[in-house]
Design a protein around this ligand. Sequence first.
Ligand SMILES: [Fe+2]
Length: 379
Amino acid sequence: MEQAYPAFQWSNPTRVVFGVGELSRLAPLLDDLAGSKARVFLVTGRRSLQARGILRRVIESLGDGRVHLFDQATPFPSPDLADRALAECRGAGADVVLAIGGGSAIDVGKAVAVLAAHQGTAREFAMRQKALVRPGLPFVAVPTTSGSSSEVTASAALWDMEARRSMALVSPLMFPKLAIVDPELAMSMPMALAAATGMDAFTSAFECFWSLEAGPVSDALALEVIRLFNAHLERSCIQADLESRTYCALAATMSGIAYSNSRPNACHAVGSPLTLFWGVAHGQAVGVTLASFLRWTAPAMPHKLPALWSALGVRDLDGAVARITQVMRRCGLETRLSGLGLTASDMDLLLEHIRWDRLEMLPRPLERADARQLLEGLL
Ligand SMILES: [Fe+2]
């Protein structure tokens, strides 16, 4: 038999600065990147940062006169919101874009940074009517949740909730130049947010691991992400202590680095319509099918399973499914579609809107009938 040796590509150019208290180094790190006179376009959500005094601290450390604040980022940001932010960024004459917040704020900032070097609307680029061809403004991401992983990935998700569709700007030109991951910022996440965001990154690591795009580097990272969340996610949700929050922040960032080279697939393909049509939080929406897709993909990767079981601290597939279910329940997450309000009569709509293009990287092909059976089994 012919021996198969590793053959793969790997790239992730984002400089990551990780550690408790590292946000205090923001000003010198940003000056390093863009110069001490650089004008900063700062993107955040509406309330959370202000409430905790972090925003004031950040603006003071950078110097008031050089920061233009855009604090209108919302969950499920629309292309129009990105356009409004872009217009403000241009008006401010910014030299660098900084986003501090959850995945939505970071995605808006990331979109603004690259679009600043292009003519056209966010929708035109997200719908592939126009192509991203040149680097934008340097972009710095500071996450305050642990799970979007957007601080180390090359895409920005945008949502048209009225038309019930999601879209994304995607380009290697969009990798943040710098990610400052300070676990202290994740300390104020309420349990539901810690659970949903953690589940997003936990699930993405499995998808990354079983994908046909996986390689030795992404595998090593994904296994460590799974080991870390397996050890710390429950405590991060229930006790919310600094140690467990720190390891979940680490796992979330490592998950993004892993899946920036081996993209999320099946769970995200089903999660998208669950969010758009049933309003399910993203992490919950992708997590609800994790155990079922692990059952589906496991027979296609027998050589990879011992390492996966070891990362989860289990002996076999049944043990892995039981452990995933246990983690989710302890974190207050639903493990069945019925728990999210779906019934048998919803299956046609759900199947119709699965992102089938995302399923191409599954190691075991999934036909529509297979998908129906798998999802009905989750009612
Ligand atoms: Fe996700």
